[in-house]
Design a protein around this ligand. Structure first.
Ligand code: ADP
Ligand code: MG
Length: 240
């Protein structure tokens, strides 16, 4: 089976000469729940920006299912739903319209986009805010609105950039439950995070990124086993 995402030797040098990605490679299988885990400045958002063409890559290859983003970006874009790190909607627009209008980006009939807007605003518990200008929503509600918007075309691959940063713990848990459910229903999910506990709660595989390089790419189980071993070694050293 084709991977949901294949990245090969991806590099990015920004205009000021800073090399944010130094040749990363990774593969995410269909159906997987994958975490790109790393500290601030590691290159997570740069990677996500390249996937949705907000950032131009310097070199390397990115393939989403059967679509290479350089060869057929329109096909790749339909496979992906993106939840960016920063809010990027018109603050005067209402949630229902934000989602329904997003359908236009994918060439969806208006009626279908409106049906999906209702479906996902309800699924994410913000249906009662459908006509409230988005600027009046709380941080957690804005985040859920971005998730609903990313699902309007029911993508096979959902990519979320630090979706729970700054979200309170209760809201975080309910977002986790939602993401687990759609993953169980067949959507491949990639999220970036700097919380190990988030990767542990959700993901099967994890890539650790630091200074623009993937320094570890393994199952979450194996990562935790390694960390336990390190903690154990440190404890032994402390005991000396
Ligand atoms: P992360 O999402 O992991 O926190 P980013 O991908 O946002 O990291 O940033 C990676 C590095 O690239 C950081 O050092 C950041 O300062 C730098 N960077 C991001 N955007 C730009 C830009 N437009 N120009 C120059 N450097 C940038
Ligand atoms: Mg980031």
């Amino acid at each position: 089976m084709l991977p949901a995402l294949t990245i090969e030797n991806l590099t990015k040098t920004y205009d000021n000469g800073f090399q944010a990605l130094k040749g990363i490679s990774l593969t995410v299988a269909q159906g997987d729940f994958y975490a790109l885990l790393g500290p601030n400045g590691a290159g997570k958002s740069t990677t996500i920006g390249i996937l949705c063409s907000l950032v131009n890559k310097s070199a390397g290859r990115v393939q989403v299912f059967d679509a290479d983003i350089d060869v057929d970006f329109p096909a790749a874009k339909k496979y992906i739903g993106i939840v960016p790190q920063e809010f990027n909607f018109n603050i005067f627009e209402k949630p229902f319209d934000i989602i329904a209008n997003q359908g236009g980006y994918y060439g969806m009939p208006r009626a279908l986009a409106e049906e999906r807007a209702e479906k996902y605003l309800k699924a994410l518990g913000i249906w009662d805010k459908r006509d409230t200008p988005s600027r009046a929503l709380s941080g957690g509600m804005k985040r859920r609105l971005m998730i609903a918007r990313a699902l309007v075309h029911e993508p096979k691959l959902l990519i979320l950039d630090e979706p729970t940063a700054g979200v309170d713990i209760e809201m975080r848990r309910s977002m986790w439950e939602f993401l687990k459910r759609i993953n169980a229903e067949g959507t491949t999910i990639i999220l970036t995070t700097h919380y190990l506990e988030e990767a542990e709660a959700l993901c099967r595989h994890v890539g650790i990124i630091n200074h623009g390089e993937i320094v570890e790419n393994t199952s979450i189980r194996e990562l935790l086993r390694q960390l336990q071993r390190e903690v154990f070694i440190l404890d032994c050293v402390d005991a000396l």
